[in-house]
Every structure is written in C-alpha cells, then in structure tokens.
Design a protein around this ligand. Structure first.
Ligand code: DAV
Length: 358
C-alpha cells in the first residue's frame, strides 16, 4: 500500500492502540455545528439531543463552551508535544455550509473527532463511509494531512462513497425492547471508532453506524495479513467501541462493566473493569454517555492520558501499573469524545504481530 525510499522510517505506521506514539492528529472544534437531525441518530444519543439537533442542527456549537473545549484540545496537544510527540491539526472547515446529493440535504458537524472517520491500519490511512449525512464531508478538513502523508509514502485507502438514502435507514431498531439496529444492509457503512487495533487483528462491533456489509468491506480491503473479528457487546445504543473496551498494553484490556461481553479472543488477557465515571448528571453531554471516562489514549504501554477529574479511574490505572498523564477535557466530552475519539495516531513504533488468542 505504501511506498518509501529504502532505509527511511514509514510516515504512516500504527498497528495497535498502545505502541509508543510518535505522531498524532488532534481534532479541532473550531467551526463546528450541531448535527442536522436524522432518525438513525436516535438510538445513540442522550435524550435531550434529539430535540436540540432537530431544532438547532446546522447552527454553531455553544460558543463559550466550545472555546473552552478548544483550549483543552490545545493543552492536550501541548502536553504531548512536551513529551516529544509530533502533533498535527486539521484545516479549518466552516461546518455551517450546507451540502447534499440528489436525495437529501444537510449541514455539517465538526472536525473534533478524527477517530470516528479515519483509521490507520499498518502503513495505511483508511477513510470510512460514515452513515450520518452531516458527516459526509468531515474528511475534507483532514485531506491536506492525508495528501501530505501520501506524498511522503503513506498508504491511502478510501471506502466506497455511500448514497445515504432512506433505504439505509429503514432499520429494525425497536425502541420498546431496544433491539435491532437503526441501519440496514443497503450499502457498506462503518465508523472507524467501531474498530480497535491489536496488531494483525482488529476487533469490531456492529452498531447503529456500522453494518455487516461495512465490516465485510473492511475485511476484504485490508487483505490477508489482517484478521477482522466481530465481537458481541451488551450495548443497545452502540456507536463506537472505544468506551466499551480499550487495550492499554499487550494483555491488558480496560472494559466497561455494563457493556463488555467476555470473549475467547481475550482469554489470556487481564481485564480491568473501569470504575463508574466521575462526571455528574448536570454536565452538558450532547452526543455521548459519561463513559467517555474510559476513552483514554495510550502514549506507550506504560503511559496513558486520563481526564484530570476521573479520580477513580486514575487510581485504578495507577494501581494496575500505569503512569497516568492527567489532562482537563470535560468541555471536549460535551461534543462527543475524549482523548481516544479526538485523536488519530498516525505513527506509533511497532510492526504488528499476534496478541489475541486466535
Ligand atoms: O458511551 O456514549 C462513546 C464513544 C464515543 N466515540 C458512549 C460512547
């Protein structure tokens, strides 16, 4: 997939969630708006967001709170730079601009959560086919970076462009029983954040944004070196696996006690149940649950960035042998992610390998 002159280090290289981090994209909320409403969002969102997105979709995020979040993103970037990690940021994108296809029209979203839309597998950056219409052009703010990596030898693979017509959204989710999914198998769709990387193995969950068709596309596109394992989770609101299970080092898996379903792939792994989130019920959360507490970012297999106020998790990880780097991030939480969501680890040391019981 990639080409590079002999003897030079690969510019894109990331096989796991824990190898030593060398270069990372940190998202930006500047220019961000509330998503334009579509029905398939409903099973994944906090209750109040349905009304907010219906009424305010396409209008700018609350200015003061978004500015505080942007400041947290900058401090987070600075903390990594201080450790010698190269940080890059997306281009500015005015998300108030509307766009569409012959079938529909939408406003944008934000450039805050690169983890949702891009995944680095080995030497290649994969652009995903996202199912939220408002996210159709989210990748554009990252194109400058992707092109630059490609010019320097990195791999670049884009999934087929989905149509995102109604046929995708006639899913079988049942509100009463909270079973089924908001999307159908009309065409391949997935978000990158439904995948977790474990060397030559990737783990993926089916969700309200990722269908079987999308998982199969990814499986075939990655080729014979990589194995893609679909795992069951106990999460009727599933959207992104990175607040359900997060590997912190070979053999060490942080799990959400409400959602994780034990799996033979992890038979030889130590499992730590994340303590309950410290966030109170009054904090504005437009996209996610407070389980963002466990959406941490590993800088290497001993060091992990954790939200400064998540005391129970900081203590639990310290007891488990990790060095925690505390960073303020609660304002970012409000807009859909924590450290894992808000980043894309373009380059980590490491060359892959087998870590799971396969
Ligand atoms: O717990 O609401 C958060 C995942 C964000 N990428 C949740 C899922």
């Amino acid at each position: 997939m990639s080409v590079r002159p002999e003897g030079t280090a690969p510019v894109v290289n990331s096989y796991t969630e824990w190898d030593p981090l060398e270069e990372v994209v940190v998202g930006s909320l500047v220019g961000g708006v509330f998503p334009t409403w579509q029905e398939s969002m409903a099973p994944t969102l906090p209750h109040d967001s349905v009304r907010i997105f219906r009424e305010q979709g396409g209008t700018p995020l609350p200015a003061e709170h978004a500015a505080a979040a942007e400041e947290e993103l900058s401090q987070f970037a600075a903390a990594m730079e201080a450790r010698g990690i190269k940080v890059v940021r997306p281009d500015f994108a005015d998300q108030t601009k509307r766009f569409g296809t012959p079938e529909w029209e939408s406003g944008g979203n934000s450039s805050g959560m690169p983890r949702d839309l891009l995944i680095v597998v080995g030497d290649t950056i994969v652009e995903t086919p996202m199912s939220w219409r408002c996210r159709k052009h989210e990748v554009d703010a990252f194109r400058g970076l992707i092109k630059s990596y490609f010019r320097r030898g990195g791999g670049w693979l884009a999934a087929p462009q989905p149509e995102l017509t109604q046929a995708l959204f006639d899913g079988d989710f049942d509100e009463e029983t909270e079973t089924g999914y908001a999307i159908t198998e009309f065409e391949p769709v997935f978000d990158a954040a439904d995948f977790m990387r474990f060397g030559d193995d990737l783990v993926v969950q089916r969700s309200h944004v990722t269908n079987e068709f999308g998982i199969e596309w990814m499986r075939r596109a990655l080729g014979s070196r990589f194995r893609v394992h679909q795992v069951p989770v106990n999460d009727p609101h599933a959207m992104h696996i990175d607040a359900t299970m997060v590997p912190l080092a070979p053999g060490k898996l942080l799990v959400n006690p409400d959602r994780y379903v034990p799996h033979p792939l992890f038979r030889d792994w130590e499992i730590l149940e994340a303590p309950k989130p410290a966030l109170g019920p009054d904090w504005p959360m437009y996209f996610c649950s407070p389980w963002l507490s466990m959406n941490v970012l590993s800088l290497d297999e001993k060091t992990v960035v954790v939200e400064r106020q998540e005391r129970p998790l900081l203590d639990a990880l310290t007891d488990w042998g990790f060095t925690c780097v505390p960073v303020d991030f609660r304002h970012v939480y409000s807009f859909g992610g924590s450290f894992h969501c808000a980043t894309l680890d373009v380059r980590r040391r490491g060359r892959g390998g087998t870590y799971l019981s396969v």
